[in-house]
Structure formats: structure tokens, C-alpha cells
Design a protein around this ligand. Sequence first.
Ligand SMILES: [Zn+2]
Length: 617
Amino acid sequence: MKNCSFVLITYFIYQQMNKIQFIFILSLSLLVSCKVSLVKSQTPSYNLNYELAMSEPYTHYFEVKLHLKNINQIAELKGKSSVLVKMPVWTPGSYLVREFSKNVIDFEVSNNLNSKKIDKNTWEIALNGANELTLTYKVYAYEMSVRTSFLDDSHGYVNGASVFMFFPDLSKSPSLLEINPYSDWGTISTALKPITENVFLVDNYDTLVDSPIEIGNHEVLEFSSMGIPHKVAMYSMKPLDYDKAKIIQDFERMTRAATSVIGENPLDHYLFINHHLPNIGGGLEHLYSSTCQTSPETYQSQKSYIGFFGTLAHEYFHLWNVKRIRPEALGPFDYDRENYTNMLWVAEGFTSYYEEIILKRAGMIDEADVLNAWASGINSIENQPGNKIQAVTESSWDAWIKYYRPNENSVNTTVSYYSKGGVLAGLLNLEILHNTNGNKSLDDVMRLLWNKYYKELKRGYSDEEFQKACEEVAGESLDSFFTNYIWDTKAPDYSKYFNYAGINLINENTNSNTAFLGLVASGTTVNRVLANGSAYNSGINVGDVIISADDKPISGLGDLSSGKNVGDELKITVLRSGVQKDLKMKLNADTRLRYKLEKMDKLTKEQEKIYNFLMNK
Ligand SMILES: [Zn+2]
């Protein structure tokens, strides 16, 4: 039928034009069809193919197919009577077992092959001599975070580990991924290499996990930085109001400044996926891309704009630190269980430290912004009781059960490897700069790790190798630094280190006559009780509702300490599980540190050199 109508239409066109025109048009169409078949013939053929569909996005289910063919010829499967297929339990970059198989339904295998689930995330398929199989399943995706996947009638976001299963025997094998977007959607953004508009080349399973996909009708910005094509997928339900030329210029500056740290950019393409929705945030790094989330209002204030660029710079810097320069435990990944390392304080903390360095080098923030960020990093950890309990290496190791699973007492028992790692990166930088008379810095440590472990040895570094790299650059033993501050919880002499750069550390909280309750509350309901503070010692519990002080009803917590002196005793009445209870509280002094950092009036030559290096002057 189709062919018949083609002949009739061709004849009709022939009637309407002269012979030469007709021959020209005919040759042109032949050329086009040749080109199409040439593209088709270039599509590689693999034994493993993935298909992703989303025919009813409002149900939040992705439909996934895995085709496996030529089974009898696959070396890894030869002689096997069954094959295993798995769903990861976690996603790299976010150190929590998330049990992605909990969202899988309708798991089916073609050709009447039997399958059974043998543990929480593994299925065993009996091959029975079959030479090919297709397995299908659906994944519920309705968690809008950078670490999970999401599908609704406005867009789809795929974080590979939470959607795609894998055959452990074939995790190193290449495959193709065909994406069939919902019929109303026209844009697919992913760092995977496209073969056609909707078919992508997957080098191996790690690549699939490490290449998030944004599908919908989002705007895509494009720019070239250092000759490398970069794209930015901008998803938002609400129309975004931003200056396109400015944002592209800032992306260009930021990516260049980030590259200046290592001095070399390994990319041939990069994709930023930016989600804009209320009440979301954070970012996740990938090999050739990153996903960042922010409010649609981000571009309306300079403060939130810069804050978001800090996150973008952080995720971009990860393309070196953690995606390529990495602790030995972080790749190749074991998707079945926790992957333990002591070094997240380097992977995340150093990356956090470089946020300000990069934005300063990009000319997006000034010296005061840098000093404020450093001071607030110190304040946040020094005023957290858990800083004295948990070393930053322990914080890294236990990220799986502590950092990612905080409870009401975490403030008393843990410290963030982001914040403390960032502060320690700054101190190490100052120590190296000081000991080398301003000639070497933390950048040189990153370069050493890049050249030696990523490029030369093609592996991650061990705990000892990391310290050695720092010592090699610093030209001195850093044993006491590592023993006291990294593996233990001793407080560093901040003033000594900042003095190297001609920066004064000033504690602005000198008024020890102010009383401090030592709790955090929403209204009058207690959320956190800080160890050894007034509330802690009086027996106040998280969840208590404070109703009166000295028998006078209170409207807010300010009423508790106003007009009171350090050492005063109060009768506090709380409502606990619906029962009224009286407690005695002795008010302690507010001894929280409120540091600020200030450039000294007069700097020595050495201090000037270090200060100028830090501030990119
Ligand atoms: Zn990070």
C-alpha cells in the first residue's frame, strides 16, 4: 500500500516539473536515504541491549527491558545453567544503602524461562539452553533527589543505579540503551554517547550508572569552555527568569577556574543537569556530568545565585577529585553492599574547600566572601559537640550508618566530613604553603595524585599514600598533623595556621555573661539537646514541649533566658508524652565560638605571598 502511493505521488511530481529538475530531486533523495542507511549500518551490535520507556509518566513507573542475545557465544556465560541479574543497593557518591530493588515490580523473563529471587536484590534466571532472553520490569520513580529517580507528567529523571539492573557476569560489557520518551517529550539529555537521537552507547555498567538522564521538554544551554563542549539541561515546572548570556559566561569562568587546580581537563564533553523546584537542593557528581537541584527563585538574588554556583563548582571539581583521583575503595564499585573508606574527608571535604577557591579564581566572589566562608566552616564544627567525639576518618568510614542516617543525637556524636574535611584542607594548604615559602600548595598535592594514581597507576590511593603525597609536596613529615587532627579529634591551633597567611582569627563571642540553653527547638518543642549544656544537664529530652519557667507560661524560648544571669536556676515545666513534668535548670554561659577571619594590617613578605596566592592576586 505504502509503495503504491509512493509511485503515484512520484508520477504526479514528474508531471509538474521538467526532467532535469526531477533527476536532481531523485538523486538528492537517493543520497539522503544512502546516508540514513550508512548511519544505521554504523550502529554497533552488542549482545546486551537496554530499553527504557515511560508510556504513562503520571503513574511514575519507568518500563525497562534488558535483551540478552547470543548467550551460547558469550565467554562469561559459557557452560552456565543460570545467570544472575541484580539491582544495585546504593548509588556512587551517596553513601547509603537505599535498596533500589524496593521499587521494582512486574519482573518477568521471556521464553518461559524460570526465574527466582534469591536475595533482596538478585534474581536467578535458569537458561535451559536458551540463546537469548528478554527481561522486563517496572520501577516506581517518585523521589525527587539527585540520588534517586523521578517520573511525572512534566519530566523524567533517571539515576542509573536506581533504574537499571545488571548481569554481574557482564558488568564490563558494552551495550546499547534505547530511550523511548513519553510521546509529548522531545529532549533527552545525558552524557552517554549518542548513536542516533534516542540510542546511546554504554561502555560498561559503571558508565550506565554514572550517566544520569533528563527526559522532557527542558531548555538546553550550550557553551564551549577550553574547547570542550558543555551543555546545561535546565528543568523547571515554572518558567525561569535568568540572564542567559551571564549564566553562560559564569559557567565558562567557573569551569576554567576549576581546571586551573589540576591544570588539565580530561573531558571531551560535559553535561550539567539542573533541576529547579521548591524545597529541593544538593548535587551529585558523575564521570562526564552532574545533577544539581535548586529553587526556581535561585537567579533572583546574588546570594542564592552564588550559592548555587558553589554547588555547581563542587560537582564539577569532583570530575577530578573522586571520579578520577579517588580513594582505593571507591571504584570499581561493589553495588551489592557498603564500600568503606576513611577518606571521604578528602573526596568531599577537599571538594568543599575548593568551592570558594574556584569561585574566587573565577572572579565571582571577593576576599571577604572567602574569609567569611572559612570562618563559618570553623564555627560550624567547633560548636558541634560531636567534633570532639568522632574523628574525620571515622566520620568517613561510618557515613553509611551515621552521616546519612542522622538522629536527634547526631549533633553530639558526629562531625561532617564535608565541613571538617574542608577546614582541614584549608589548614593543610596553609601548612604546605608555609613550609615551602609559598612555592607549593594543596593544588600540587591534587596534581601529584592526578598524575601518579589516576594517570600512571590507574588506581585509587590508600590512606598512607595520601599522607605521603601531602608530605612529598610539603617537604616535611605531617605525622603529627595526621595523628592529631585527621585520625583523632584534637583541636588545631587555627591562629598559628592563619597567621602564615597574615590572617587574624578573632573570636567575637567574648561576652561570657550571656546564658545559653544548649538546645535547638521549633517553637517550644525541643529538637536537639546539646551535650553538657544547660538543657542536657537538667534532663530535658528531645520531644519535650516547654510550657513554663518558674511557673510563668512562656510564649517562646527567649523567655527562658531573658533577664537571667549565668548560674541562675530555673524551674522548667515541660509536657512529655502528654504528662507535665518539672525540671531544674542551671543556666550555663554561652561559650560558643564566633570566629571571624581578618587580614592583618601589616603582612611580612612571606605572609603577603601566601595571602595573595590564596586570594588569587
Ligand atoms: Zn561532593
